[in-house]
Design a binder for this molecule. Structure first.
Ligand code: BGC
Length: 406
């Protein structure tokens, strides 16, 4: 049995496009149709059903909730800001506050307005200026009710999936664009960080806590070799820490949001930089249980990742951690085993302030559509009926007591 700190944040996370439904002005919407992928459609209809979803959150003893604002609703056409969409999010935040649930708000979670992607999206020079204008509009309105902000969700995943590997819109597959997007995301965060702090000062409210949600993997070598050791060190730096280092250096990191799911296996057979950075283990000689998408389940990795964050000397919030599975017992084991590792890290001096499970409910898992089930709550996509899973009830006990039976 382990006990978590008294003031710990317990909850779950979602993102607008994945749960709201009918985000017709976002770049993913036409893209899904163009490439013939499963359409996000009505998703979970969370845009309409958020009050009932927040009642469920309350009944599950969550005291925090991470959600994102859909930029394409706020600014459906360039320079035209929707008061109605803004009011919706003001109401959403008020609905959380009235239930005593701490809102944690993401400003960019993978999707962009169509008009922005037509200009080249985050590869376009102007993107930072547009992002800041949108942030300004949202933060001034929500500011008084929100303390925790995530400017950008998983910069490394966004830039690699959308601009390097071309799996997501705009399917760029270009090193040059990837580099530009990387730089724009970092600058975009830093300037948004400054802007948010400035707005809070102007509004005369206590300073906010601003970060990104950083995707972090445990980088594990398949076999002992010098090349593998070098590759692990390089990838640890490039995949996990490089952006955090820059944000820390530029004084734009009040805390660190960590998204952790799995490990990445390294096995390198050439000294070429491409191999050192990308070659993975072909024979899985360390077989582990996997989630529905085939990702290794590796709770110790979270402990390792957290210890690496000690050097930044800022609080940490686990902004996402979760499993897609059709076996709900596996979900509970996943949560229990990862929380055990979080607790170990806390005992070893990592200042972890909260844990948000991904996701509150089953939702639209990007290029994989609706098949992967990540939710604490099951969603029937025909009726949009919600059913609380057993794992959610077990997690609710931990949220209530702060005690985990390991
Ligand atoms: C993303 C989520 C996604 C989850 C599971 C994270 O990379 O932030 O949007 O659903 O992983 O793949």
């Amino acid at each position: 049995m382990v006990q978590f700190p008294k003031d710990f944040y317990w909850g779950a996370a979602t993102s607008s496009y994945q749960v709201e439904g009918n985000n017709v002005n976002a770049d993913w919407w036409p893209w899904e149709k163009k490439v013939g992928r499963e359409n996000s459609g009505a998703a979970c209809r969370h845009y309409e059903l958020y009050q009932q979803d927040f009642d469920l959150i309350k009944s599950l003893n969550h005291n925090a909730h991470r959600l994102s604002i859909e930029w394409s609703r706020i600014e459906p056409k360039e320079g035209e800001f929707s008061q109605e969409a803004l009011q919706h999010y003001i109401d959403v935040i008020a609905a959380l506050r009235s239930r005593n649930i701490e809102p944690m708000v993401t400003l960019h979670h993978f999707t962009n307005p169509i008009w922005l992607s037509a200009k080249g999206g985050w590869a376009d020079q102007g993107c930072i200026k547009y992002f800041l204008r949108y942030c300004d509009f949202v933060v001034r309105a929500l500011g008084p009710q929100v303390h925790f902000w995530f400017t950008i969700n998983e910069p490394t995943i966004y830039l690699s999936h959308a601009f390097l590997w071309g799996m997501w819109p705009p399917q760029a597959r270009s090193f040059l664009k990837t580099k530009a997007v990387h730089d724009h995301l970092i600058e975009g965060h830093i300037e948004a960080y400054r802007l948010i702090h400035k707005i809070y000062k102007e509004l005369n409210i206590a300073a906010p806590a601003v970060s990104i949600a950083q995707h972090m993997q445990a980088i594990v070598s398949c076999a002992p070799s010098l090349k593998n050791r070098l590759a692990v060190a390089l990838r640890e730096q490039w995949y996990n820490l490089e952006i955090l280092d820059q944000l820390k250096k530029r004084k734009a990191l009040d805390f660190i949001g960590v998204n952790y799911y799995s490990r990445h296996l390294v096995d390198v057979h050439s000294w070429w930089i491409g191999n050192l950075l990308m070659e993975t283990c072909q024979v899985n000689n360390h077989p582990l249980k996997k989630n529905f998408l085939g990702w290794d389940i590796y709770p110790e990795g979270l402990h390792h990742v957290l210890l690496n964050l000690k050097k930044y000397n800022v609080p940490v919030i686990i902004a996402e951690n979760g499993i897609c599975t059709i076996d709900d017992h596996e979900r509970w084991e996943y949560i229990r085993d990862h929380l055990t590792q979080v607790h170990r890290a806390i005992e070893q001096g990592v200042n972890v302030k909260g844990y948000l499970y991904w996701s509150l409910m089953d939702n639209f898992e990007w290029a994989y559509g609706f098949a992967p089930r990540f939710g604490l709550i099951d969603v029937n996509y025909n009726t949009h009926q919600r059913t609380v899973r057993d794992s959610a009830k077990k997690y609710a006990q931990v949220c209530k007591t702060g005690i985990l039976e390991t």
